[in-house]
Structure formats: structure tokens, C-alpha cells
Design a protein around this ligand. Structure first.
Ligand code: CO
Length: 453
């Protein structure tokens, strides 16, 4: 499927508005409620964005777990309100919107239902850039008739190179990607690196290139400009009210910066004003949002720690609950050590949680690897896919205990998940959508359905 048409004539660069997904995921732990989304959705829809990212990532889980809302109903309502702009979502490959690989039948059911409900563009990534974890989701997205955007998780490490990212993008193209996204979840993509990577993707992969970054390190606006000059045709921004910090760069600044140039977005910046002022009111009047928002100044540490926006925001919230906020800095410096020992996985879901939790164990228990999480063990056994680097042999030996890690595709060898999920929701009068939620998050879905009944 080709790119959806630009919403305004003459636009050379499109903006994906992340206000309703990544912006609040990164700034206030994904807590934005559907009613607040609906209060601004129609205004955002009139702006002329290339697309609006409104679903996926951590929003599905948070809906059920914390907000006691139905993520499917949210999507239906957003689709009914947003009638001009293509809707985009973020899919974690075989992990869907969860934290571990699911069986292929769950992948198929999830993708088909979300596309039927109104998703136009599906951005698919795998935390380890292991294409085997994207294959099945890609096939489903194509079959369902949506735009497949294959995302490269950008990171820096001794084992990650521009050549490697370009080779991976070609694999994404070969499984049917309609466009490529450079996904810089931590905001560490430097302008010069973006320029080189985008130029090579444009000339060697020959698909439209979109760049996704975070403002955490303060580089994202510079990076976008260089990426656009190198041929990127779309970038991700958020309404100024929920931009900066660990969120995206503000749309308004980019629109004005590019106005009148050969990269004009075709958007009249004044169109964003109604949405940004309504959002400001909502946040000001909602303590559970503004209490979670961390400092909005540049976090220079991210350049060392490579921690994505959502991860910092969640770590801060978790430590607050444990009254252990004073150990955040120690945990942040433990993260790169754990990452190296695990073969340099990019810090993106679920690896950001897996590495972050292990780093927290290592610090809070005052002994490194005193406790090895189940997820780290499963990762070392190969159940999440293949890392780019090598896992620390001593750590691996301790976990494997003489066994060999698995080499098959992580989705293989998983029992189908839908038949038992359908049966489980029967007693609540649940439908197919509830069954999919159950297959992903049984506990949370059970308590949601029980509460509804
Ligand atoms: Co992001």
C-alpha cells in the first residue's frame, strides 16, 4: 500500500503528531485518559498532519491496568472523531503491545482487528532488530491492507553501525515495508549521524524515510533538520504543550522553521493553537498528569545512559512508589553495564524494562546479579531473539546451566493463544476484542471485565 495522501497540497515534509500516544507516554507515564484525548482529537484532526499516532506502545496495557478503560473502545471513539487524518499505531513486532512474544494466531487476530477498527499506518519494530520477530506481524498488516512501516531501533554501541542499520532496513523492505522509520527512542541520534543514515536509506533502500526522536538530550530538532535535508519525508512531533523533555520536539517550531523553504509542511501554525490551549487546561486541571511530569530541561545524562523517554518516566514513577527515588542516579549508571553484559540490546520495550529492572535489582539489593529476573533468564535462553552483540559468558553460563540457548524464531513453539482466551472471556460475555485483550494481558483484562460486570 502506498503512503496515504498528504492532507494538504504542496507539503514536502509531513508531521506525525504524537500528542495522543508517545508524548504522554514519555511525559506522564502513558496516563492520558480517553475523555481528554477526545476533547482535543477533533482540533488536532484539522491541523493537516501527515498522520496522528494515537494507539499502541504502552497505551493498551495502561488503559486496562491503570485507567480501567477498554483500549478498543478508545480506538473506536478516536476513529469516529478523527475523520481527516490517517491513524497510526506502534507495534512491538511479535510482542504486539506487550512485553514478550505471543503466538502467531494472537498476532493475526490483534492486527486484523485493529486495522478493521481504524488504524491506517502500523509502525512495527523489534527491540533487538531481529527481523524474525517482525515477519508475522508484517504479513498480517499487509494482509489487513494497512501501511506497513518498518522501524529500525537506533542505538549506539560497539556493535551497532550505519552499515548494520542499512542492511536491516533492506530486510524490512524485503518483508514488505512500505516505508522505513528511524526510531530513536532515547533521543541520542546526532544530527550528523541522522544525515548519513537517512541519506543511505533513501539511496540504498529506496523507500520513504520517517524519523522518530525524543527531545531528552536536546538534539532532536537539529537532528530532524539534518534528516529532512538528507531526504526524510516525515518526522514525529508533539503539540508544544506536551513536547520537549523526554517527549518529541514541538510541531509548531518545526512548522515555522520550515515555512517558505523547499521543505514546507504546508501547515498553518495557527491551526495548532486550539488543541494546545485545551491540552494545557486539561493538564493544569489534572494533578495525576502534572504530578508525573519530570523536569523538562535537557537531560545530558541520556547521552551516556541511552535511556528512552518512557523508561525514565516509568522508572521515576516506580521508584517514587518504593520511596527509592534517591537511587535513580545509581540505577541510571548501572543500566549501561547491564546492557553491555546482555550484548548491547537497544533500550526499547521490552528490553528497556528488562535491562532497567535488572539494573534496579543490582543497585537496590546492593549486589550485582544477586537476583536474576525471569525476563533476563528468558532473554539469555534466546526467547526474545538474537542480540547484536555477545552476552557475557559468565552470566550466560550461570543462567543456561549447561543447556544451549534456543535458535528458533521466538514466535515458533508457542501454543496458540486465541482458543483459550475466547473461552476465558465467555463467562463475562466478552467478545473477540476482549479475547484478544485477554490473550495479551489475562490478569488485567479479567479485572477490567469483572469491574465492568
Ligand atoms: Co518514542
Amino acid at each position: 500500500m502506498p503512503l496515504p495522501p498528504r492532507t494538504l497540497n504542496g507539503a514536502r515534509v509531513g508531521i506525525t503528531d504524537t500528542t495522543l500516544r508517545d508524548a504522554h507516554q514519555s511525559l506522564f507515564a502513558t496516563r492520558m485518559r480517553t475523555e481528554h484525548m477526545l476533547a482535543v482529537a477533533a482540533y488536532l484532526d484539522r491541523v493537516g498532519f501527515y498522520s496522528m499516532e494515537v494507539w499502541g506502545g504502552a497505551t493498551f496495557d495502561t488503559c486496562l491496568r491503570y485507567l480501567k478503560e477498554d483500549p478498543w473502545e478508545r480506538l473506536r471513539q478516536l476513529r469516529a472523531t478523527i475523520v481527516n487524518t490517517p491513524l497510526q499505531m506502534l507495534l512491538r513486532g511479535q510482542n504486539l503491545v506487550g512485553y514478550k512474544p505471543y503466538a502467531d494466531d494472537v498476532v493475526d487476530a490483534f492486527v486484523h482487528r485493529m486495522v478493521d477498527t481504524g488504524i491506517d499506518i502500523v509502525r512495527v519494530f523489534d527491540a533487538l532488530n531481529d527481523v524474525r520477530n517482525i515477519e508475522r506481524a508484517a504479513e498480517s498488516v499487509k494482509h489487513a491492507g494497512a501501511h506497513l512501516q518498518g522501524a529500525i531501533c537506533y542505538t549506539t554501541s560497539p556493535v551497532h553501525t550505519i552499515d548494520g542499520f542499512v542492511a536491516y532496513a533492506k530486510q524490512l523492505r524485503d518483508i514488505g515495508a512500505d516505508s522505513i522509520c528511524v526510531k530513536d527512542m532515547a533521543g541520542i541520534l546526532a544530527p550528523r549521524a541522522a544525515e548519513e543514515l537517512v541519506a543511505r536509506l533513501v539511496s540504498e533502500v529506496r523507500l520513504p524515510v520517517q524519523v522518530h526522536s525524543h527531545y531528552t538530550s536536546g538534539m532532536a530538532s537539529m537532528t530532524y533538520l539534518k534528516a529532512i535535508e538528507a531526504g526524510a519525508t516525515a518526522v514525529d512531533c508533539a503539540t508544544s504543550t506536551v513536547a520537549l523533555g523526554s517527549s518529541q520536539p514541538p510541531s509548531e517550531s518545526l512548522i515555522v522553521a520550515l515555512a517558505g523553504t523547499e521543505y514546507d509542511t504546508g501547515i498553518d501554525v495557527r491551526r495548532i493553537r486550539p488543541a494546545s490551549s485545551i491540552l494545557k487546561q486539561i493538564i493544569d486541571n489534572t494533578p495525576e498528569y502534572h504530578n508525573l511530569i519530570g523536569p523538562l530541561q535537557v537531560s545530558a545524562e541520556v547521552l551516556t545512559y541511552q535511556i528512552p523517554g518512557g523508561m525514565i518516566s516509568n522508572l521515576r514513577a516506580q521508584l517514587k512508589e518504593m520511596h527509592a527515588e534517591n537511587r535513580l542516579d545509581e540505577i541510571l549508571s548501572e543500566v549501561p553495564r547491564v546492557r553491555e553484559e546482555l550484548g548491547w540490546p537497544p533500550l526499547v520495550t521490552p528490553m528497556s524494562q528488562i535491562v532497567g529492572t535488572q539494573a534496579a535489582f543490582n543497585v537496590i539489593l546492593n549486589e550485582r546479579y544477586k537476583n536474576i529476573s525471569n525476563e533476563v533468564s528468558n532473554y539469555i535462553r534466546g526467547n526474545y531473539g538474537r542480540p547484536a552483540g555477545t552476552i557475557d559468558p559468565k552470566l550466560a553460563a550461570r543462567v543456561l546451566n549447561g543447556e544451549q540457548p534456543v535458535t528458533r524464531r521466538p514466535g515458533d513453539g508457542l501454543e496458540p493463544g486465541m482458543p483459550s482466551a475466547r473461552k476465558a472471556v465467555e463467562r463475562f460475555g466478552g467478545d473477540e476484542f476482549d479475547a484478544i485483550s485477554w490473550a495479551l494481558f489475562p490478569k488485567e483484562t479479567e479485572s477490567y471485565l469483572a469491574g465492568k460486570a
